[in-house]
Design a protein. Structure first.
Length: 337
């Protein structure tokens, strides 16, 4: 697949209901996931598991892009082909996570700033040579007593915009991810406020650095109450408030919004996405960029055993198809059985 423009790459990733498989878990995060199924997080096991996902027939027509970790973009499959080649062969584009994690923001015990700008240009150049067509950078915003501060929001969104400019300079589409964490007892209104402030700030900075919005994808959280909130929101409330929040701040020329699942279950993340697309009335594609919400069933089916590969691939294919249908507003609960 050859693309001459960033906007063509961005549009391809979210075309026809397709979304993104987030397979960019760091090795410590991958170890936590593997610990839940009592599998050693060795380089070979990580490769075997990701190869299983990338060669599932659920990739084709459902997944437009795959976000990789540094180790994975360099790995070869058991057959000798690179994992990048396997992804391309199944109709998706390879991407790469480029941030270097979090550090405390101004000595705060809770607020953070994402690192990784120092050598980003050199790393992006290398990743482009390794075949990456897009990149991802995650900013993390906490809700709590007096948080998020506008200073923390602005510092993170400034960094996101600088990253986006460097990614585009190196011929790759930037995915900008301002994640408002679901942890806490905050209300849906608190989440709306933090999400709105973050996205407004983000697009202000993207414009100030002259980032090409038509060659960018936004990866936000949905507007939900905190996990420990006393008040649970209905599917329709989450969908309506998320759409309203995006419409206030996101320019029409953005190709797509690919939501993170952020602590929601597999079904919740599908259901919320579907409801938004059933409501409709927005100019961008609303799609998915899920990690755990695409992988959990597959991981549980696999259990690190070669004989479970087909069952694990089927579990992944099912979730990929369900989320494609949700991106088209065509999902229903009875399709889950």
């Amino acid at each position: 697949m050859e693309f001459t423009k960033l906007t063509d790459i961005a549009n391809y990733i979210v075309s026809e209901g397709k979304g993104i498989l987030a397979a960019d878990e760091s090795n410590p995060t991958c170890k936590k996931r593997f610990d839940t199924i009592s599998v050693e997080s060795s380089e070979e096991n990580r490769r075997d598991y990701r190869e299983l996902l990338f060669t599932s027939n659920g990739m084709r027509d459902n997944i437009g892009g795959v976000i990789l970790f540094d180790e994975t973009i360099r790995q070869k499959s058991a057959s000798g082909a690179t994992l990048v080649e396997l992804i391309l062969a199944n109709g998706a584009l390879p991407g790469i996570k480029v941030d270097k994690g979090l550090k405390p923001f101004r000595e705060s015990e809770v607020e953070t700033l994402t690192e990784g700008l120092d050598d980003l240009d050199e790393r992006c150049s290398e990743y482009a040579n390794l075949g990456a067509k897009f990149t991802k950078w995650r900013a993390v915003i906490n809700i709590g007593d007096g948080m998020p501060t506008q200073e923390c929001i602005d510092a993170n969104m400034d960094a996101l915009a600088q990253y986006a400019k460097i990614a585009q300079k190196n011929g790759m589409v930037p995915i900008v991810e301002p994640e408002i964490l679901i942890n806490g007892s905050h209300s849906i209104e608190d989440c709306y406020d933090a999400t709105s402030r973050s996205i407004k700030s983000l697009f202000d900075y993207l414009n100030s650095y002259d980032v090409d919005i038509t060659g960018t994808i936004l990866k936000p959280n949905m507007v939900t109450p905190g996990l420990d909130s006393e008040h649970k929101a209905t599917v329709k409330e989450v969908a309506e408030m998320t759409i309203r929040c995006l419409k206030e701040s996101v320019p029409d020329e953005l190709p797509g919004v690919a939501f993170l699942s952020g602590g929601q279950t597999e079904i919740e993340s599908t259901e919320h996405l579907d409801m938004m697309n059933k409501i409709g009335g927005f100019p961008w594609k609303l799609s998915f960029s899920y990690g755990r919400a695409l992988q959990q069933s597959a991981l549980n089916a696999w259990l690190g055993k070669a004989e479970n590969k087909v069952a694990a691939q089927a579990a992944f294919a099912h979730r990929a198809e369900m989320n494609k249908l949700a991106s088209l507003g065509q999902w229903s609960a009875d399709l889950e059985n």
